[in-house]
Design a binder for this molecule. Structure first.
Ligand SMILES: Cc1ncc(COP(=O)(O)O)c(C=O)c1O
Length: 390
């Protein structure tokens, strides 16, 4: 007789990006119509040359093969705390920062610290699929808060109606994956007030904060001296510094929660990969100009994308777009998002993620991680969408 598996894990969907990538695995593409891959949100360019040179030089150091402190290199926690305090004009200390093996792990440890089986966590819909999957595997009920059809923004009053005595947190992702929507500071403030009123956490995933279009701080929550009672901020070093495979992210929260985070990180990873932490430290300390350049490059890509849709209507509606992503409504009524996405992969050599992977009610949508693309390919992307209709 074979062993039995945890039913919570077997019931969860297969990793969505791997499934989408499987659609083109083993295929080769003609030079006249190369693969345009806007499925996974992963920077296509390597990290800065100075960062790579720094890591190469550090590799011989005796401490490079050792574990770091569970919550990360003190210098990185210090540098990130200073950086966060600066960009939000707030007060964050090194003790408020924990380093994790990517933002996904930051979310897992945050929710494990806050909630257990039978508890509830509010997720905006469409959601970032890994968060839904993790909650399901933990036996935590994900309660969905649909965003507005026109602006892709969640409504705090609608969220209020979803809260129950079992609710432990509301999760917001801004700029959003998959919609690209940037939540205005006042909206984030309203969710913070709602969470505080109910004695629950506001988990704010700001993985894409370096690519915001708006100037000024994304929100004023760190200016509140009591932010630690409510706010849990998550961050990723993957995108802006091109460090996705180095696995490094961060969590900012108050002390009682950080003690639980430390226990959980100790068990699952002992610490985030040291080489990733060294890379992140270099990034925070030395790559301010690089960050600003990435922001500008991606803003130009977004402008190119909008222009391509305006001047050459591809028949797909750009529902929302910003930071890293565009969320499109496809024109094929009655067809599932997966059918449409698979056909784009098969016939147009265009790989994107069907909306249905981001939750129920998303069959009309497709997600494009346009920021991956060379700007020169964006008109070609619009062209292929147009030709998919004919
Ligand atoms: C919203 C969001 N959070 C977290 C992550 C994971 O980031 P990391 O590579 O730091 O684990 C991603 C990656 O795509 C993401 O889109």
């Amino acid at each position: 007789m074979s062993y039995r598996l945890n039913a919570h894990a077997t019931a969860v969907v297969a990793p969505p990006i791997a499934e989408v990538q499987g659609w083109v695995r083993g295929r080769s593409f003609p030079a006249s119509k190369p693969l345009i891959d806007v499925a996974q949100a992963v920077p296509s360019e390597p990290p800065a040359a100075t960062l790579r040179a720094h890591l190469a030089a550090r590799l011989d150091a005796a401490d490079m093969s050792l574990y770091t402190d569970i919550l990360g290199l003190p210098a990185l926690r210090e540098a990130l705390a200073r950086h966060v305090s600066e960009i939000y004009a707030g007060a964050v200390t090194a003790a408020d920062i924990g380093i994790t093996a990517g933002c996904n792990q930051a979310f897992c440890v945050a929710t494990a610290a806050l909630a257990g089986p039978g508890d509830e966590v509010v997720l905006t819909l469409p959601y970032y699929f890994n968060y839904q999957m993790w909650l399901e595997m933990q036996g935590i009920r994900a309660v969905h808060l649909p965003v507005g059809a026109r602006d892709a923004l969640p409504d705090p009053e609608e969220a209020r109606r979803l809260l129950s005595p079992r609710t432990r947190a509301i999760v917001l992702v801004t700029p959003n994956n998959p919609t690209g929507a940037e939540y205005p500071p006042e909206l984030i403030g309203a969710f913070h007030a709602l969470a505080r009123e109910h004695g629950i956490a506001l988990i704010l995933d700001e993985t894409y904060r370096d690519f915001r279009g708006a100037d000024g701080p994304a929100h004023g929550l760190f200016r509140d001296p009591d932010w630690r009672d409510t706010l849990v901020q998550l961050y990723s070093f993957s995108k802006v510094y091109s460090l996705a495979g180095y696995r490094v992210g961060a969590i900012a929260c108050g002390q009682p929660m950080m003690e639980s985070v430390e226990k959980i990180v100790d068990c699952v990873a002992i610490c985030a990969p040291r080489i990733g932490q060294e890379a992140a430290l270099f990034g925070v300390q030395h790559l301010g100009r690089w960050r600003e350049e990435r922001r500008q490059i991606i803003a130009e890509k977004l402008a190119t994308l909008r222009r391509a849709f305006r001047t050459n209507d591809p028949g797909y509606e750009l529902v929302s777009a910003g930071a890293y992503f565009a969320y499109l409504r496809h024109p094929f009524a009655g067809e599932t998002a997966t059918e449409v996405a698979r056909r784009l992969a098969d016939r147009e050599n265009l790989l994107c993620v069907p909306g249905s992977m981001f939750g129920p009610g998303q069959e009309s949508y497709l997600r494009f991680a346009f920021a991956n693309l060379d700007a020169g390919l964006i008109p070609e992307l619009a062209q292929r969408l147009a030709s998919s209709r004919g």
